[in-house]
Design a protein around this ligand. Structure first.
Ligand SMILES: Cc1cc2nc3c(=O)[nH]c(=O)nc-3n(C[C@H](O)[C@H](O)[C@H](O)COP(=O)(O)OP(=O)(O)OC[C@H]3O[C@@H](n4cnc5c(N)ncnc54)[C@H](O)[C@@H]3O)c2cc1C
Length: 371
């Protein structure tokens, strides 16, 4: 079966990886738009503390975190070493003790069937600061040992590498779609049809542009995020946990003395790919308010990404029933680096006709808002 994948962010890369391993002939086309979310995403993988409570969304969020264990082992087995994934643990913070109690109760309920989260415990302020030294002196925390961080760039590149070594091809182009006798047909930027038995659209925040050509209203829009990368010269940061202050901001560290502070959530942003003064101020104020020890860090860069955000906080995954040969994966929003690898496996299963391990009708592209 010849499968064409439009968009090679974390979701398209995962679909390609799983399809190639299932024996499909895979072609991946990616335009690498400025603001590709996978290149900007922070990489927090820790679903258990979230306050959002849509059960369908949470199901994929939690399964996404769990699937990392399997995927990382599989990729290592393929000789892949540059994965950027580490189970460094997470510190969940709150300004007052009563709120921390409520959050702890929610985490305890959720992890009953999530052994991968590890044994959760409360830390005093000194203990939390020992794990993440730039933190304020007075912050107690809940420690979740199974919390992790991932470098989406490295992980997506690794899945694509394995897909290509299994026969997939990857090229850079901007493609469009048209209807041909009830089937979806893909056209390259030169106007030539690209032959395929099945097309998967994993085009993130840009997907609505090409799906509109098929008469589909696709309810995913860009939500801009500005995220700041800092450097602490000479400081060993690789074991530092992810820090979740339970607002929309967070911090995490990578191996190269780098600390990432994120991020703005700019609804209605369109594709405005600019670092703004207000965005910088907002993120730094939030970050330094929790971790004043970062005040003297070197600013390396500010990344900008467009989260594929739906008005319903729920991924879209599945076949479009009224158009033959068309499957859509999208709407991963602010949690796509967590959900993407697992969701890509689900998409591969849909196209190969396998029975799904979660009830996919809940995520249908023809749900109430689409079609
Ligand atoms: C600042 C920020 C922080 C984040 N932090 C986290 C986090 O901590 N944890 C977490 O789980 N998630 C996080 N996310 C969310 C996550 O990054 C996204 O949900 C995820 O990367 C979306 O992946 P995707 O593959 O759907 O889309 P993308 O990565 O955007 O990829 C879509 C690709 O499709 C291509 N494309 C589109 N149209 C066409 C076309 N017509 N032809 C060819 N190619 C096309 C684009 O060029 C692009 O390369 C964050 C996102 C941002 C922006």
């Amino acid at each position: 079966m010849r499968v064409l994948i439009i968009g090679a962010g974390i979701l398209g890369a995962s679909a390609a990886y799983h399809l190639a391993r299932l024996g499909a002939q895979v072609e991946i086309i990616d335009q690498n738009h400025p603001g590709k979310a996978t290149l900007a995403g922070a990489g927090v993988v820790c679903p258990w503390a979230t306050e959002a409570d849509d059960p369908d969304w949470y199901l994929l969020y939690a399964r996404g975190a769990r699937y990392y264990g399997t995927l990382i082992e599989e990729l290592r087995g393929q000789g892949e070493t540059e994965l950027g994934y580490s189970r460094v643990g997470a510190l969940v913070l709150a300004e007052d003790r009563a709120r921390l109690d409520t959050i702890e109760g929610r985490i305890s309920r959720r992890i009953k069937d999530a052994p991968e989260a590890g044994t959760v415990r409360r830390l005093g302020a000194g203990e939390a600061k020992r794990l993440f030294p730039p933190l304020r002196d007075d912050l107690e925390a809940i420690h979740i040992p199974g919390g992790a961080r991932v470098d989406g760039r490295l992980l997506a590149a690794s899945m694509l590498r394995v897909a290509i070594s299994s026969g997939a091809t990857l090229r850079n182009d901007y493609v469009s779609l048209r209807l041909n006798d009830g089937r979806a047909e893909c056209l390259g930027s030169d106007g030539r049809p690209i032959p395929a038995d099945e097309i998967i659209v994993t085009a993130g925040a840009w997907a609505a542009q090409i799906l509109a050509l098929l008469g589909l209203r696709h309810p995913v829009v860009p939500q801009k995020g500005q995220i700041i990368h800092l450097h602490l010269p000479g400081v060993a940061t690789s074991g530092w946990p992810v820090v979740l202050p339970m607002n929309s901001y967070y911090m995490l560290a990578f191996d190269d003395s780098r600390v990432v502070v994120g991020a703005t959530r700019e609804d209605g942003s369109g594709f405005d790919y600019r670092v703004t003064a207000r965005g910088q101020l907002e993120v730094l104020q939030a970050g330094l308010g929790i971790a004043p020890g970062l005040a003297d860090a070197t600013h390396i860069e500010t990344r900008v990404g467009f989260r594929p955000a739906g008005s319903a906080m729920r991924p879209i995954l599945g076949r479009v029933p009224q158009i033959a040969g068309l499957t859509i994966g999208n709407g991963l929003g602010a949690s796509g680096l967590t959900v993407g690898p697992f969701a890509g496996r689900l998409l591969a299963g849909v196209v190969m006709g396998e029975s799904a391990e979660v009830p996919l009708e809940r995520y249908s592209p023809t749900g109430p808002e689409a079609g």
